[in-house]
Design a protein around this ligand. Sequence first.
Ligand code: ZN
Length: 320
Amino acid sequence: MPSIPASLERMASPRGSGSGVRYFSAMPFMDNDNISRLVSRIFPILIGIVVMGMFAARGCQKGPFGRTQIVQMSPEQEKALGAQAYHEILSRSPVLPGGPIVDEVRSIGRRLAEASRDPELRKKMGIRWPTNFDWEFNVVRDRQINAFCLPGGKVVVYTGILPVAESDAGLATVMGHEIGHALARHGAERMAQQQLAKIGQLALAVSVRDMDPQKQRMLLGAFGAGAQLGILLPYSREHEAEADHIGILLMARAGYDPREAARFWVRMSKATSGNKTAEFLSTHPSHERRIANLQNWLSEALPIYERSDKVRPSLLPLGS
Ligand SMILES: [Zn+2]
């Protein structure tokens, strides 16, 4: 029998007293314990990757402007969640019962909603899914400079944003932007991303379960920050730009001058300049980038505006 070199012999014969499956070592410097530890680390990560892949593939669809988007819930489920959240918010907010400003918000809202049904515009925006929204437009007396549209077309405008909006076209800009988020299903997409990040985090937690707690916390913290900076944040910036793009097309189709969009965002940036965050950490694109994008999209929006049933520009009835 020819003699076997010592290193090969080590590779061929399992060593170590580790319990469970014994592995033949392809790496002579690793004993069985090390290998089973490595496997128990990698295995949950692999399972996690497979589950994440299946999850992503199931919800993968062609999203706004032709990009790939992952959403898990149906538009109907989204709509039900939106309606529930809307009524909860309204039930604990000082909702204006009526008056000139409420009329103005509703009139702009109706025009934007109508624009969102235009088949040609929907094709341009890449909105292929049904959006049978039950539109509602309400004004809440609150100093915050904000507005939102929940899935299903549930819109709130806070009185704090009205002096910044200044005119009907300014208000159409912000409402168009918020409606853009809802049409593009950004809420559902964000939920799917967070679920994906959770699956990844769970896989990592299983993989490092036998490490000392401090190391575990460090690794999981790093994963959380990585997911935030690497996935969730870039997406939310993309969502912002997409909502701007949809917004400017909707306002143009609804008869509001799309050149007012950039002017509105300049005023918005001045009004909110106190709470500036560095751009790479912010969910909003930088002011300059936003204005540059809006100028670019004018080449699409202006011809739509020219063909639209134009609204006579007016200032908002503030102080009423
Ligand atoms: Zn936004």
